[in-house]
Design a protein around this ligand. Sequence first.
Ligand code: FMN
Length: 199
Amino acid sequence: MEAVNLTVALTAASGAVFCRELLRALEADARVARVSFVPSENSLRVLAEELSLGGRNDLLEKLLGAAPVKTVQLADADIGASIASGSYPSNGMIVLPCSMGALAAIANGLANTLIARAADVTLKERRPLLLCVRETPFNRIHLRNMTLAAEAGAVIFPVIPAFYNKPIDSTEMARQFVYRVLGHIGLVQSAAYVWKAEE
Ligand SMILES: Cc1cc2nc3c(=O)[nH]c(=O)nc-3n(C[C@H](O)[C@H](O)[C@H](O)COP(=O)(O)O)c2cc1C
């Protein structure tokens, strides 16, 4: 398998633990060569609330629990970063969690932040774009934007974890959700729970 190059965006919806587990799984996956990680400005607030992580300095090290080997952090304001161009070789992008604001920007092609631009590029280059939306309940604007994004080629992959695997805690729940996300883009994880009806 060719070395995989992915973009991961963290936006300010609830569920920062899911992104942490995604970044950890990608760092541990030998098939993955490079991860471009873009946290939105507002996601820093949610990181503080949910994971008690402060500031953007050493953020990756704090999320991974070790120095990153293949993951690089990019600023959402840096619209000149390499992932903003279709010429940059990428195998796809995952927005986890995806706020309704980020969904709106992506679905309507605003391309005014690095996250929105990289998603726009991913769609125009016909590469996989997974929007792991998180909100409840949805209003009609959310529903319309999800349809718009899906029609443009994105996969709406809501943060809805499974319970039939009986996760022992929220980390395990997040990890198994992330394994589903990775399986969807062709990075099947050996530790992913597989339902077997006869057991
Ligand atoms: C603790 C917290 C939890 C939030 N949870 C959600 C959520 O689950 N979904 C959502 O769409 N917005 C949520 N928001 C609101 C977004 O953070 C807000 O709309 C923000 O402008 C999104 O910014 P971003 O898309 O640039 O990251 C939450 C905000 C806070 C502070």
